[in-house]
Design a protein around this ligand. Structure first.
Ligand SMILES: Cc1ncc(COP(=O)(O)O)c(C=O)c1O
Length: 404
C-alpha cells in the first residue's frame, strides 16, 4: 500500500507536497515516518535478482530516494539528486555538463566557495570563467557570446550561465526568464542557485532555468544540523548525465543526512513565511537607523530588484545585508556584539545568525573582483520573536552611537 495519490500529486499545494512527496508509509509495519535505511548493500535472490531495485548504497538508497522525490516535487522538476554538500552537488553537476575547454559565465558576486570551485579547482581542468553583473542582462549576453575570449583563463564556448538570485551576500535580483533566453540563444544552459530563496519562494525551472542548485545545508535542512546539497532538473538527458556522475563519483548524502534534510523540508513553507516576515520587519527598522548606509533587502521598495523579486518570488526571504556608515570598524563591532543573532558561518536555520562576509563566508574572494565590501554585515533572520531580534540589533547599533 502506498500513500494516497492526491497527497503528493503535482497539483497538490506546496505544503502538502512537502509533507507527503516521497514519504509513503512503510508497508510492513505501517510506520508513518519511513525508516532510515542504513544498509550499504542488499540481498539478491540469485545473481542479479534484486528485490526492489536496490543493490549498493552509493548507487541508490531508499532514504536518499525519498528526499530526491520530495525535492523534485517541490522544485517542479522531473529528477533531483542529493549530495554530501552544496559544493559536492555543484562539482558533480559541472563535471556532468561541461568538458575541458568549456566556459562558465557567473555572477561577479557569486558565493565565494562556488567561485573558488570553478576558478581554482575546475579551472585547473580547463574550465574557463567570466564573472559579470548578472542583474545587467546586456553585460551577461556579451560575456556569454565572448565565452573564453573574454577572460585570461582557459575556456571556449559558454556552456553554463550561473545565477544566484537573491545573490550572496549582495542580495542582487536577477531576471531568470531573461537570462534563460540569453543562455538558450547561445546554446548554453541556465543554472540557478536557489539556496537563498528555497523552492517555497521561487521555482526557477518554471521561469526557464535548466538546472537548480541548492546548498540544502541552509533553508531546506533548516535547523543548522546537517550539511548537504542538491541538483534538480527537468530534462531527462541532463538527469541521465548528472545521475551517472552522482553514481560514478559517489559524492552522495548519507542516509542520516538525507533523513534530517527530509524532516526539515517538510516544514519549509511554514518556516519561510516566518523568516520572510521577520526579515521584512527587521529591514524596515534598519532603514530608519542613522548608523546605516544601506539596507540590501529585496522586500524594500527602494531595492533595485524589488519589482522583479515580486514577479519571481512569493515573499522576499530571510536574508538581509547591511552596510554601515562607520565603515569596517562599525560593521565588525555590530557583528561581534549581538546575542540573539549568533556570529557564525552559514544561514537559513531557525536561529538568527550574523556573518561578516569579507572575513568569513567570502574570505576566499578577498582581493578579487568578487570581494565583499568591508562595511557589510549579513543577517540570517531566524524564526524567533521579531521584537527580540530588533531589540538585539538596537542594543548593538546603540553601542556604535556611544562610540564604545
Ligand atoms: C548560495 C550558496 N551556494 C552554495 C553553497 C555551498 O554549499 P555547502 O556549504 O553546503 O557546500 C553555499 C554555502 O554557503 C551558499 O551560500
Amino acid at each position: 500500500m502506498t500513500q494516497p495519490e492526491s497527497s503528493s500529486a503535482k497539483n497538490a499545494g506546496f505544503n502538502t507536497r512537502a509533507v507527503h512527496a516521497g514519504q509513503a508509509f512503510e508497508p510492513r509495519t505501517g510506520a508513518v515516518v519511513p525508516p532510515v535505511h542504513f544498509s550499504s548493500t542488499y540481498a539478491q535472490d540469485g545473481i542479479g535478482g534484486l528485490r526492489a531495485g536496490y543493490e549498493y548504497g552509493r548507487g541508490t538508497n531508499p532514504t536518499r530516494d525519498s528526499l530526491q522525490e520530495q525535492l523534485a516535487a517541490l522544485e517542479g522538476g522531473a529528477a533531483a539528486f542529493s549530495f554530501g554538500s552544496g559544493l559536492a552537488a555543484e562539482d558533480s553537476m559541472i563535471r556532468a555538463l561541461t568538458r575541458p575547454g568549456d566556459h562558465i559565465v557567473l555572477g561577479n558576486d557569486a558565493y565565494g566557495g562556488t567561485y573558488r570551485l570553478i576558478s581554482r579547482v575546475l579551472g585547473e581542468w580547463g574550465i574557463g570563467n567570466t564573472p559579470v553583473d548578472m542583474s545587467d542582462v546586456d553585460a551577461v549576453a556579451k560575456a556569454v557570446a565572448a565565452g573564453g575570449a573574454s577572460s585570461a583563463a582557459a575556456g571556449g564556448k559558454t556552456r553554463l550561465v550561473w545565477v544566484e538570485t537573491p545573490s550572496n551576500p549582495m542580495m542582487k535580483i536577477t531576471d531568470i526568464e531573461a537570462l534563460a533566453k540569453v543562455a538558450h540563444d547561445a546554446g548554453a544552459l541556465l543554472v540557478v542557485d536557489n539556496t537563498f530563496a528555497s523552492p517555497y519562494l521561487q521555482t526557477p525551472l518554471a521561469f526557464g532555468a535548466d538546472v537548480v542548485v541548492h546548498s540544502t545545508t541552509k533553508y531546506i535542512g533548516g535547523h543548522s544540523d546537517v550539511v548537504g546539497g542538491a541538483i534538480v532538473v527537468n530534462d531527462p538527458e541532463l538527469a541521465e548525465k548528472i545521475g551517472f556522475v552522482q553514481f560514478a563519483v559517489g559524492a552522495v548524502s548519507g542516509p542520516m543526512d538525507a533523513f534530517l534534510t527530509t524532516r526539515g523540508l517538510k516544514t519549509l513553507g511554514v518556516r519561510m513565511d516566518r523568516h520572510s516576515d521577520n526579515a521584512q520587519a527587521v529591514a524596515e527598522w534598519l532603514l530608519e537607523r542613522p548608523e546605516v548606509e544601506a539596507v540590501l533587502y529585496p522586500g524594500l521598495p527602494s531595492h533595485p530588484g524589488h519589482e522583479l523579486a515580486k514577479k519571481q518570488m512569493k515573499k522576499f526571504g530571510g536574508m538581509i545585508s547591511v552596510q554601515f556608515k562607520g565603515g569596517e570598524a562599525a560593521a565588525r563591532k555590530v557583528a561581534e556584539s549581538t546575542s540573539v543573532f549568533t556570529l557564525a558561518e552559514s544561514l537559513g536555520g531557525i536561529e538568527s545568525l550574523m556573518n561578516y562576509p569579507s572575513e568569513m563566508t567570502h574570505a576566499s574572494v578577498k582581493g578579487t573582483e568578487l570581494a565583499v565590501p568591508v562595511n557589510l554585515v549579513r543577517l540570517s533572520c531566524g524564526i524567533e520573536d521579531v521584537e527580540d531580534l530588533i531589540a538585539d540589533l538596537e542594543a548593538a547599533l546603540s553601542a556604535l552611537d556611544a562610540g564604545s
